[in-house]
Write a protein that binds this ligand. Structure first.
Ligand code: PLP
Length: 404
C-alpha cells in the first residue's frame, strides 16, 4: 500500500467495488458445468480495474487460476506475492522465459519458435517449464494451426520425455461466442475436441483443457471443459447486448467513474461550446465543466453523445470532448440551478442509481464496453470499496490498484 489520498479532493475517481467483483465470481462459478473451474483474466490491469486487488478478490471468491496476456503482467502478480496458478499467453521472441519458469508461471506455446525458446530457458534454469499448447481452432489469431499441430505436439511430447517441459494445458479461443448461434462456435468446438484427442493420444496428459471466454462461460456449458477464462463478465459487464444485460446474468458492474464538476456558469443563447463549436447553446443556459477528457480514456468519439448523470438528470456531452475536460449543458430547470462546483458527475456505474453504464458509453462511442473500462487512464485514481459494507479500502496513489 503506497498511501492514501484524501478522496474528497479528487478531481475524478474510478471506484472499484471489490464486493461486486467477488459476487460476479460467485455468480459465474454457479453457472459452470460440473468439474469446471474459473480463471480470472486480469490482463491489462484487470481491464482497467487494478490487477492486484482484482486478482486477490477473485481468488478470495473461488477463482482457481489467473490469466494475463503478457509475461510481465504475470510476473508482477508473482512479485506481489500471488501464489495461485497463472497462465500468460502473449509471448514475443526474447521475452523472459527463464524468469517465468522460475516464477512457476504457465506459459502458452503456439509455435515451434516458442517451444525452442522455452526448452532452452528450462535447460539453463535446470527446471521443468509448465507450458500450455494453444491451438487455433478457427479464430485466426494466435494459436497453432491444425496442420501444424502434429509437429508441435510431437516436439512438446519429446521435451516432456527429456524433462524440460510439462504440458499442463491444451487450449484455444473462440471467435464469435458473443453471437448466439454463430456456426463457427460449434465448428471450433469440434476442432478443439479433435486436437485435444490427438495430443492425448500422443501421450500428453493435461491438467486443464479450456476454450471458453465470458460469452461462452455464460451461454455454452458444453464449452466449459476444465476451466473457463472470464474477463469482462468478472467486471460485471455483459460481453454483448445481444446475449443479454449484466443483470440478466446476475452480474454487477464493478467500476463507477465519477468526476467533480469544476465550473458552473451562465452563458447566453448561441454560445459556441468547446473546440470547433460543434455545439451552440439553443437558449441562455447553464454549462457545467467536467474535468475528464480523452487523455483519461473518455472517448472523443462520444463527443456530443456521451451520457453523464449530473444534477439529478442524465445530460449529454455538449460539443467536443477535449484532452482533459468536456462540457455538459445543464439547462435552466431547478435541477440544473442546484448544481454547484464540486457536485458529482457520474459517467458510468452499475446503472441502478440513474447513472449510465459503460455499455451506454460504448454505444455512444460506437465501440464495446471492454474498450471503455480498459482505457480509463492512470491519471484517474482507483478507489477500492467493498459494496458489501460500503467501506472504502484505499486509493492507489499512483492511480493503479494499491488498495488491499
Ligand atoms: C481477453 C481474453 C479472454 C477473456 O475474454 P472475455 O471476453 O473478456 O471473457 C480469454 N482468453 C483469452 C485468450 C483472452 O485474450
Amino acid at each position: 500500500m503506497t498511501g492514501t489520498v484524501p478522496t474528497s479532493s479528487l478531481r475524478a475517481r474510478a471506484e472499484i467495488d471489490l464486493g461486486a467483483l467477488r459476487g460476479n465470481v460467485r455468480a459465474l462459478r454457479a453457472r459452470l458445468a460440473p468439474g469446471a473451474g474459473l480463471m480470472a483474466v486480469v490482463k491489462s490491469d484487470a481491464y482497467g480495474h487494478g490487477a492486484l486487488p482484482c486478482a486477490r478478490a477473485s481468488l478470495d471468491a473461488g477463482a482457481a487460476w489467473l490469466g494475463t496476456a503478457t509475461p510481465h503482467e504475470a510476473l508482477a502478480l508473482r512479485a506481489a506475492g500471488v501464489k495461485a496458478p497463472i497462465l500468460c499467453w502473449l509471448w514475443t521472441p526474447g521475452d523472459p522465459w527463464r524468469e517465468a519458469i522460475e516464477a512457476g508461471l504457465d506459459m502458452s506455446v503456439s509455435a515451434m519458435w516458442a517451444l525452442r525458446e522455452v526448452t532452452e530457458a528450462a535447460r539453463e534454469a535446470g527446471r521443468t517449464a509448465r507450458i500450455q499448447l494453444k491451438a487455433d481452432t478457427g479464430l485466426g489469431r494466435n494459436g497453432c494451426q491444425p496442420a501444424d499441430w502434429p509437429e508441435l505436439v510431437a516436439a512438446a511430447r519429446a521435451a516432456e520425455v527429456a524433462g524440460t517441459v510439462r504440458v499442463t494445458g491444451l487450449w484455444s479461443h473462440f471467435a464469435c461466442a458473443d453471437e448466439p448461434g454463430h456456426p463457427s462456435t460449434a465448428a471450433q468446438l469440434d476442432v478443439f475436441h479433435e486436437l485435444v484427442a490427438y495430443a492425448e493420444k500422443a501421450g500428453i496428459e493435461p491438467e486443464v483443457r479450456h476454450i471458453a471466454n465470458s460469452p461462452a462461460a455464460l451461454t455454452l456449458p458444453e464449452s466449459h471443459f476444465d476451466l473457463v477464462r472470464t474477463g469482462i463478465a468478472l467486471y460485471g459487464i455483459s460481453p454483448s447486448s445481444e446475449l443479454g444485460s449484466s443483470a440478466d446474468f446476475g452480474l454487477r458492474p464493478v467500476m463507477t467513474l465519477t468526476a467533480s464538476v469544476a465550473l458552473v456558469k451562465r452563458v447566453p443563447e448561441g454560445h459556441g461550446v468547446s473546440y470547433g463549436h460543434r455545439y451552440r447553446t439553443p437558449a441562455e443556459t447553464t454549462l457545467g465543466l467536467i474535468p475528464l477528457g480523452y487523455a483519461d480514456g473518455v472517448p472523443r468519439h462520444a463527443s456530443g453523445r456521451g451520457p453523464v448523470l449530473v444534477g439529478g438528470a442524465v445530460r449529454r456531452v455538449a460539443g467536443r470532448i477535449a484532452m482533459d475536460q468536456f462540457v455538459v449543458d445543464l439547462g435552466t430547470g431547478p435541477d440544473a440551478d442546484a448544481v454547484q462546483e464540486g457536485a458529482p458527475a457520474v459517467l458510468f456505474g452499475p446503472g441502478d442509481r440513474g447513472e449510465p453504464t459503460a455499455a451506454d458509453w460504448a454505444e455512444a462511442a460506437d465501440t464495446i464496453a471492454y474498450e471503455i473500462v480498459t482505457r480509463i487512464g492512470p491519471r484517474v485514481p482507483r478507489v477500492y470499496v467493498d459494496g458489501a459494507d460500503g467501506q472504502e479500502e484505499g486509493v492507489g496513489a499512483d492511480g493503479r490498484g494499491a488498495g488491499r
